[in-house]
Every structure is written in C-alpha cells, then in structure tokens.
Design a protein around this ligand. Structure first.
Ligand SMILES: NC(=O)c1ccc[n+]([C@@H]2O[C@H](COP(=O)([O-])OP(=O)(O)OC[C@H]3O[C@@H](n4cnc5c(N)ncnc54)[C@H](OP(=O)(O)O)[C@@H]3O)[C@@H](O)[C@H]2O)c1
Length: 333
C-alpha cells in the first residue's frame, strides 16, 4: 500500500515522501481501516518536525485523525461490530496518512451518513478540544467572557459557535484585520486585532477594567503572555498549543495578587483519565454538534496523497483560511 513516510524529523515538506510499504495487520482488539481522508493539523506538522509531546519512532507515518472504512477486525466483539462501517479514526499510535491504518476498535467512531468525508475527517481533535475546554474544564457560564487567541483558526471558529450556542461571550484575538468581519458574522462578540495594541489593554477597555475570568491560548510567546495578563481576579487560562514556538512571560505577582491559574491542556492526556461511558457521552455530544454545524471545519484545499509536500506547505501557510485535507481513497472503491 501507499503511505507517507519520514525517516528523520525536520521541515515537513523536506522530510516526507510517499512509498510502498506493507499493509499493517490488526491484532486482537484492533481494526484495519481503509482511509478516505485525513486533515493536516498543526499537531501533525509539529510531530513531523520533532516539536510535539510525542516523539516519532522512525521511520514513521504521520496522521492522528481522519475518516475511513473498517475493512477487518483482528478479533473481539467491538471490532466485529464496527466492520464495514464508515468511522472517524483516532490514532494515538499515529499512521493515518496511508491507504490503510491499524488502531484499536475503541478509537473508531461510526459517523452519521449525512456527514461528508471532509467534515468527518476532523471529527475528534479540534471538536472535542473545543467542547471539553469550554464546557468540561473551564465550564464557562452563560454571560461570561471567554478570551481566545488564534480565534480565526478551525478550532477558534468552533469556540465562537459554541459561545453562541451555550450563551457565553467570546473575545477573539486575530493577527489579520481582514478576519474581523468574518468572525463578527460567525457570532463573535468582540474581535481584537493584535496590531491594535497589547491584548490586555484592549480587554480592559472591553470589560470596564475587570479583565476576563476565562481564557484559552494556543500561541504562546507575546500573544500568550498578553492573554494571561488579561485575566482578572480569580481568572483561569488554559494553554493548549505552542504555535509561535516561543516561551511565555509571566510575572509571579500576577499569580499571587490576582490569584489566577494558568494550566496546560492536552486532549490526549485528558482523554486517558476519562471513563469509557464518559468518552462515549463526549462522542455523542460531538456527533450532534457536528451534525448541526456548530463544530464544522472550513476546508481550504484537498490534495491527493502523492502531493503531500505541497499539502503540508499549504497547511503551514499563514492565512490559509481553513483545513487542508489529504484525500486518500473513495467511499465506494
Ligand atoms: N492541546 C490539545 O489537545 C489540542 C487539540 C487540538 C488543537 N490544538 C492546537 O490548537 C491550535 C489551533 O489548531 P487549528 O486546527 O485550529 O489550527 P489552524 O486551523 O491551522 O489555525 C491556526 C490559527 O492560529 C493562527 N496562528 C498561527 N500561528 C500564529 C502565531 N504565531 N501568532 C498568532 N496566531 C497564529 C492562525 O492565524 P492565520 O489565520 O492568520 O494564519 C490561525 O488562525 C494548534 O496549536 C493545535 O496544535 C491543541
């Protein structure tokens, strides 16, 4: 079968190639999935570059999520039940950027017929993170402000729609002014442009000097530092990414005097600590919110597997305007 492979970590467009490799065999409790499509997420790019929390065992095939059809089970009741189903494929062992992949039967989730492959491909990583951070971890109450940076990205847009649905107000930081109108149309309550001045000063003006109680930041560096500085008394910020690859500056007095909390959030780690029934409830919530459009992803472009270098270059470009997908196979094939 064809798969994207890298032998060394480094710039994705340089280190990736498409090769013929043996088709993997599922063990007991695992399934073989014929892949249809997979998104190129920032986590994939960081994994290939060797800048992710999980180190690749080389040679490696990237791809944490995607959509496919279960072709075979390696044994066990759940795998047998899933056989023939179109499923969202979560793969914490990675390897979804190939014609076939193997993962545990528990990590394939049947997707509704009406959900196109392009949406089903991004069923878990961003949607679950947006839902869990806002409603399970921070539990942002209706009427409260949630401040977020990188608000014009795929996950940021989901948070804006969740705010509309659940009644919390979103203050959205973007680096490109042309996104102000787009996010306002989506339901953003405020859009702050980084170039218009320090984020904390803009937030003070928005909140009559009080600051916000809830914030999420996937950027780090200057942006993340200013997001943290925007917290009011008792405020809490989740750091869930490192897009700028730069450290955050935090004065200890802010932690002491305003009693703020700054924590990391990583979905994979959170999910490991949840019971199976709780994860099943999360999958049901995500499925419903994907079907009603709340957790929809805009698609910027779709590339075949053998144009993976172009695809990763596009996915890393500023202002790409949506998810870049790898189209790997067709439903009826
Ligand atoms: N912790 C977890 O479990 C978890 C789970 C899911 C996602 N994430 C993280 O969430 C983040 C967003 O993911 P996504 O899929 O929404 O990505 P995406 O669609 O590629 O969007 C990224 C957004 O970040 C902005 N951005 C990129 N670099 C920036 C920088 N240096 N300064 C300011 N803004 C910057 C981009 O702005 P432009 O539009 O101007 O290019 C874009 O709006 C990523 O860091 C990802 O790793 C974490």
């Amino acid at each position: 079968m064809k798969a994207v492979v890298f032998d060394r970590v480094g710039p994705p467009a340089e280190v990736l190639s498409v090769r013929d490799v043996p088709r993997p065999t599922p063990g007991r409790g695992e399934v073989l999935v014929r892949m249809l499509a997979s998104p190129i997420n920032p986590s994939d790019l960081m994994y290939i570059a060797g800048r992710y929390g999980l180190r690749p065992q080389l040679p490696a095939t990237p791809g944490f999520e995607g959509v496919g059809v279960v072709e075979a089970s390696g044994g066990g009741l759940l795998g047998w039940i899933r056989k023939g189903k179109r499923v969202a494929v979560i793969n914490d062992r990675v390897g979804n950027w190939g014609e076939y992949t193997v993962t545990t039967a528990r990590q394939v989730i049947p997707v509704p017929e009406e959900l196109p492959d392009e949406q089903a491909a991004s069923f878990f990583v961003n949607p679950a993170t947006a839902v869990v951070m806002t409603t399970d971890v921070l539990r942002v109450p209706p009427g409260e402000w949630l401040l977020q940076s990188a608000a014009g990205g795929a996950l940021g847009k989901m948070v804006i729609r969740l705010g509309k649905k659940n009644g919390f107000r979103t203050a959205n930081v973007v680096r490109r002014p042309e996104q102000v109108e787009e996010l306002a149309q989506l339901g953003a309550d405020a859009v702050l442009v980084e170039a218009d001045g320090p984020i904390d000063e803009q937030v003070k003006a928005l909140t009559n000097g009080a600051g916000v109680k809830y914030a999420v930041d996937p950027v780090g560096g200057k942006t993340g530092s200013e997001v943290i500085a925007s917290l009011g008394a008792g405020g809490r910020c989740l750091l869930y990414g490192s897009l700028s690859d730069e450290a955050i500056t935090l004065h200890p007095r802010k932690l002491l005097s305003a009693a703020i909390r700054v924590e990391g959030f990583w979905l994979a780690d959170w999910a490991k600590r949840q019971s199976i029934p709780r994860m099943l409830r999360l999958f049901r919530r995500v499925r419903a919110l994907m079907t009603d459009g709340t957790l929809r992803s805009d698609i910027a472009a779709t590339y075949p597997l053998d144009r993976v270098s172009e695809a990763v270059t596009h996915a890393a470009a500023p202002g790409k305007g949506g998810k870049v997908l790898l189209r790997i196979g067709e439903r009826g094939a």
